[in-house]
Design a protein around this ligand. Structure first.
Ligand code: SF4
Length: 403
C-alpha cells in the first residue's frame, strides 16, 4: 500500500474510515505510511506543535482485589499478608509531595476491595477536598464504579452522583482492556465489567457532566479485528456524548502474571497508536505511554499520532509489578518533547494549558525514581478503617485484631 491508495487518500482528506478500510490499512500499510497518516491527523488537530503533559501522581489506594484478572500482577487476594490499604494521612502526605513538585491532581485507582464501603471513598474524597480545595481527583475507573454499585446495591448513576458530591472530578479510562466480551471472558475480566457495562459507566459519567479518558490494553489474546472493534466502540460513544478527553493505549506487560506470554514490540505499539489516531477522529488527544514503552518509544510516539506525554506520575505500582519500571521526571519529559521538535506545555485534566515547564519557573527537586504505594515500615492497617464495616471474613478478623 502507498500514499496514493484510496484509503490513505481518505485519511489525508480528513474523511472517516469504515471498519473494513481501517483493518485493511492496519494490516497492509507500511509502518512509515501509517505514521505519516497519523501524524497528519495530529497536525490537523494540533497545528501549533504543542505537546502537553500533566504533573500528577498515580496512586493505588489498595491492592486487595476480588476480580483476579489473569493479566494482572498487581493485585493480592483478600486476606493476603501482602495486601494493603492506604490511610488518609498517607494519602495527604502523597498529595503534599505532589503539590511540592507542581502537581495538580491524583490519579487514584485500586483493586476491588470488599472491605472498603462507599462511605470510605466519600469520606476520603471529602477530606481531600477540605484540605486541598483546588486539587483534582481523577479517580475510580469504570470497573471500580461497578464494584461499588454492586457492593452498595445502588445503580451506577447514583454511585457517580454520590462520588461527585464528595469531590470526584473525572474518571480515568482504566479497566477497558479490550472492549469485546470474547476477549474479556478469556482474560477473566468479564465479571468485573462487560464491554457494555464499561461503556455505560462512561455514558452515565458524561451525562452527569464528568469528562473521562479512554484506554486500551492490547497484546493479550485479541485479534486485529477485536483491537479495531474496541476503537470503533469508543468512537461510537464519543459521537454520542463527546465526553472523552483523550485516549491512551499500552501493551500488556506479562511478567509475574497468571496469563504469561510475551510483550508486544515497539513497532506493534507505534502501529496500534497510529491506527487509533486515524480511527478515533472525534478524540482531540492521544497520550504516549512512556511508562510501558520507555522514554525512547514514548518520544517516537509523537511522530505516530500522540500529542500528549501523559503524566510525570511520581509513583507507579501496577506496571512495575508486571516488570516495567521506567521513570521520567518533568525535566526528562520536556527534554524528549523539545528534542522531537515540539513545544512543551503543562496541562490540567481537561487538557487546558497551564503554562511552561514548572522547573523553568521555580526550583523543583529532580526525581530519578518513581515512588511506590507504601514506604517500608508504614502501618499495614490504617486506624480509620475501624470506622468502616468489612464484608470479607478476613477483613472482619483484621478489624477485630486492630481495634
Ligand atoms: S486489573 Fe484491576 S480489577 Fe483486575 S485483578 Fe488487577 S487490580 Fe483487580
Amino acid at each position: 500500500m502507498t500514499s496514493d491508495d484510496p484509503i490513505a487518500a481518505k485519511v489525508t482528506a480528513g474523511e472517516r474510515l469504515t471498519a473494513p478500510e481501517a483493518l485493511e490499512l492496519y494490516r497492509h500499510a507500511p509502518t512509515r505510511l501509517l505514521g505519516r497518516l497519523a501524524d497528519a491527523v495530529r497536525e490537523r488537530k494540533h497545528p501549533d506543535r504543542v505537546v502537553t503533559y500533566i504533573i500528577d501522581r498515580n496512586v493505588n489506594y489498595t491492592n486487595v482485589c476480588v476480580a483476579k484478572c489473569t493479566f494482572c500482577a498487581f493485585y493480592r487476594p483478600v486476606g493476603s499478608p501482602e495486601g494493603y490499604v492506604l490511610g488518609f494521612e498517607e494519602l495527604f502526605r502523597k498529595i503534599d509531595e505532589t503539590i511540592a513538585v507542581g502537581g495538580v491532581q491524583l490519579l487514584l485507582q485500586g483493586g476491588h476491595n470488599p472491605d472498603l464501603p462507599l462511605s470510605w471513598y466519600e469520606d476520603l474524597f471529602r477530606a481531600i477536598k477540605e484540605r486541598y480545595p483546588s486539587f483534582k481527583l481523577h479517580a475510580l475507573s469504570p470497573p471500580e464504579v461497578i464494584h461499588l454499585s454492586r457492593l452498595s446495591q445502588l445503580p451506577v448513576p447514583a454511585i457517580i452522583n454520590r462520588l461527585m458530591a464528595a469531590g470526584l472530578d473525572s474518571i480515568p479510562g482504566g479497566g477497558a482492556e479490550i472492549l469485546v466480551d470474547r476477549v474479556r471472558k478469556a482474560l477473566h475480566c468479564h465479571g468485573k465489567a462487560s464491554a457494555d457495562e464499561w461503556l455505560d459507566v462512561m455514558r452515565h459519567a458524561h451525562r452527569a457532566g464528568l469528562r473521562t479518558t479512554a484506554t486500551m490494553m492490547y497484546g493479550t489474546v485479541e485479534t486485529d479485528e477485536e483491537r479495531l472493534e474496541h476503537l470503533l466502540r469508543l468512537r461510537a460513544v464519543q459521537d454520542e456524548t463527546g465526553g472523552f478527553t483523550a485516549f491512551i493505549t499500552w501493551s500488556y506487560q506479562p511478567e509475574h502474571t497468571e496469563l504469561g506470554g510475551t510483550e508486544a514490540t515497539g513497532i506493534d505499539y507505534l502501529r496500534t497508536l497510529a491506527l487509533a489516531r486515524i480511527v478515533l477522529d472525534n478524540f482531540d488527544n492521544l497520550q504516549a505511554s512512556w511508562v510501558t514503552q520507555g522514554g525512547k518509544v514514548g518520544q517516537l510516539s509523537l511522530a505516530y499520532g500522540a500529542n500528549d506525554m501523559g503524566s510525570v506520575m511520581i509513583e507507579e505500582n501496577v506496571v512495575r509489578a508486571a516488570g516495567a519500571s521506567y521513570c521520567m521526571d518533568e525535566v526528562e519529559i520536556v527534554r524528549n518533547i523539545e528534542d522531537a521538535g515540539f513545544v512543551a506545555k503543562r496541562r490540567n485534566m481537561h487538557y487546558e494549558r497551564l503554562g511552561d515547564p514548572m522547573f523553568r519557573e521555580r526550583e523543583v527537586p529532580r526525581m530519578l525514581e518513581l515512588a511506590t504505594a507504601r514506604a517500608e515500615g508504614e502501618t499495614p492497617l490504617p486506624g480509620e478503617l475501624a470506622n468502616y464495616p468489612a464484608r470479607s471474613r478476613a477483613g472482619k478478623q483484621l478489624r477485630v485484631i486492630s481495634s
